[in-house]
Write a protein that binds this ligand. Structure first.
Ligand code: CTP
Length: 415
C-alpha cells in the first residue's frame, strides 16, 4: 500500500489531568509512540499526584512540562509556542475541573493556558465520578466546549474506581488512539480503510409488548461500539445502527439509534451500499405478535395475558443474500452457550454470510469487558485468546481491512 510520508510528522500535545485514570494515559503515550506519533506532555499539578513526570517523559521520549512559569521551559519553548507545537491537543483524563476551566476560558496554570492559547483542534477524554459527569454544571460545560469545537471520546460506562457505576470512566487507550488517528487524518498506512464504507449493528433490540413493557436481552453494545470505533480509526466511514444502549457514540462514527429489529433492518438497508457489514447486534429473534396501545392491566384474579410471539426479520441473512447491494464482506456474530464452533459453522452456512465471529456467552460476556472469540471463515476456524473487547475490535478491524484492501503494511498491523 502507498504511504504518504513519515508518520512522525504528526504529533500530539497530551494534557494529563488529575484523576485515577491518569495511569491509562501512560498506556496511551505508549500506543501513540508505537503508532509513530510524537507526544509532548503537560502534567497538571493534580495529574502529578497520580503519575510521575519521569514515567511520562520516559515513555514519550520528550521533556514533560508542568509549571506555567518555569524558566527553563520558557527559555526552551514558551507556553504559547508549546500550545501550537502539535497537530492536536488531547486532554486525557479531562477532569470536571479542567473541563469547567476550559469552558470558562480560565487559565490559572500551564494546561489551561495551553488550551486557551492553542490554535489546534482539541480532543478531550473525560474521566470523573458518575455524579460529577451527570451534574448539570458539567453537562453545561460539555455543551459549551462542544459548541466551541472541542471533540470528545467517552466517557465509558462501567464500574468506577470510586465504587459507583455509570458513565464517567475514561475511554480505553485504544479508543482514544482511534479517535486521535481519526482526528489527525493520519497517513494512508494508518488509515487503510479510507474511502470505504462499513455498516455495524450493535446493542440489543427492544420489542414492545405495550407502552411500558418490552422484550430485550442482556447485550450492552460494547463489542459493536468498540468495533465501530476501531473501523473508524482505520479510516472507514462507519454507520453504526444501534439498539438502546447507555454508550456514547464513538468519535467520528455516524450513529443511527433504533429500538426494534424491524427498525434496525430498515436503518441497515438505508445505509447500503457499503463495502462491509458487521452485524454485532443481539437482535431479538421474536417480537410480540401485537403491541397493545395501552398498558395491559392485571385483571382481578384473571389469568396472566397470553404472549404470542412472531419471528423478526433476520437482518444478517437479509444483507447476505446475493444481489447488487450485497456488501463485499458480511460478518455475523454468533452468541452461543454450548457447542460454540459447530453452531457457528452451521450458522455461517445458514445465514449466507462470509465470516462468523463466534463467542461463548455462557459467562458474563454480555455486559462484561472481555470476549473470547473464534473467527469462522471459508478457510476454517481461528480461535483467539480471551481479550478485552477493544482488542478484539482492533484485531477484527484489521482483518476486515485486509479482506477489503489486501495485505496491510507493517505499520498498520502494529497499530
Ligand atoms: N441476527 C440478525 N437478525 C436477527 C437475528 C440475528 O441480524 N433477527 C444476526 C446477529 O446480529 C448476529 C447473527 O445474526 O450477527 C447471529 O445471531 P444469534 O442470535 O447468535 O443467532 P440466531 O440467528 O438468533 O440463532 P439462534 O438464536 O438459533 O442461535
Amino acid at each position: 500500500m502507498e504511504t504518504q510520508g513519515p508518520v512522525k510528522t504528526k504529533s500530539v500535545l497530551l494534557i494529563v489531568g488529575g484523576g485515577i485514570a491518569a495511569y491509562k494515559s501512560l498506556e496511551l503515550v505508549r500506543l501513540l509512540v508505537r503508532a509513530g506519533i510524537g507526544v509532548r506532555a503537560i502534567l497538571t499539578e493534580a495529574g502529578a499526584q497520580f503519575v510521575t513526570p519521569l514515567s511520562l517523559s520516559a515513555l514519550s521520549g520528550q521533556p514533560v512540562y508542568q509549571a506555567l512559569f518555569d524558566l527553563t521551559d520558557e527559555a526552551e519553548m514558551g507556553h504559547i509556542q508549546l500550545s501550537r507545537s502539535a497537530d492536536l491537543v488531547v486532554v486525557a483524563p479531562a477532569t470536571a475541573d479542567l473541563m469547567a476551566k476550559a469552558a470558562q476560558g480560565l487559565a490559572p496554570d500551564l494546561a489551561t493556558t495551553a488550551l486557551l492559547a492553542t490554535d489546534k483542534p482539541v480532543l478531550m477524554a473525560p474521566a470523573m465520578n458518575v455524579r460529577m459527569w451527570q451534574h448539570p454544571a458539567t453537562q453545561r460545560n460539555l455543551a459549551t466546549l462542544t459548541a466551541d469545537g472541542v471533540r470528545f471520546v467517552g466517557p465509558d460506562e462501567g464500574a468506577m474506581a470510586c465504587g459507583e457505576f455509570g458513565p464517567g470512566r475514561m475511554a480505553e487507550p485504544e479508543a482514544i488512539l482511534a479517535a486521535i488517528l481519526a482526528q489527525l487524518e493520519a497517513p494512508a498506512a494508518h488509515r487503510p480503510l479510507a474511502g470505504t464504507r462499513v455498516l455495524v449493528t450493535a446493542g440489543p433490540t427492544h420489542e414492545p409488548i405495550d407502552p411500558v413493557r418490552y422484550i430485550a436481552n442482556r447485550s450492552s453494545g460494547k463489542q459493536g461500539y468498540a468495533l465501530a470505533a476501531a473501523l473508524a480509526g482505520l479510516g472507514a466511514e462507519v454507520t453504526l445502527v444501534s439498539g438502546p444502549t447507555a454508550l456514547p457514540a464513538p468519535a467520528g462514527v455516524h450513529r443511527l439509534s433504533v429500538e426494534t429489529a424491524r427498525q434496525m433492518l430498515d436503518a441497515a438497508r438505508a445505509a447500503l451500499p457499503v463495502d462491509a457489514a458487521v452485524m454485532v447486534a443481539a437482535v431479538a429473534d421474536w417480537r410480540p405478535a401485537t403491541t397493545e396501545a395501552r398498558k395491559v392491566k392485571k385483571g382481578e384474579g384473571a389469568a396472566p395475558p397470553p404472549l404470542t410471539l412472531e419471528e423478526n426479520p433476520d437482518i444478517l441473512a437479509t444483507l447476505s443474500r446475493p444481489g447488487p447491494d450485497r456488501p463485499r464482506l458480511v460478518v455475523g456474530f454468533a452468541a452461543e452457550t454450548n457447542d460454540v464452533i459447530p453452531h457457528a459453522v452451521a450458522k455461517r452456512a445458514r445465514k449466507g454470510c462470509d465470516w462468523i465471529v463466534a463467542n461463548d456467552v455462557s459467562g458474563d460476556v454480555m455486559g462484561g469487558d472481555a470476549n473470547a472469540v473464534s473467527l469462522v471463515t471459508a478457510d476454517g476456524v481461528e480461535t483467539w485468546p480471551s481479550l478485552p473487547k477493544d482488542e478484539v475490535a482492533r484485531r477484527l478491524a484489521l482483518r476486515i481491512a485486509e479482506a477489503l484492501v489486501g495485505p496491510l503494511s507493517g505499520t498498520a498491523e502494529s497499530l
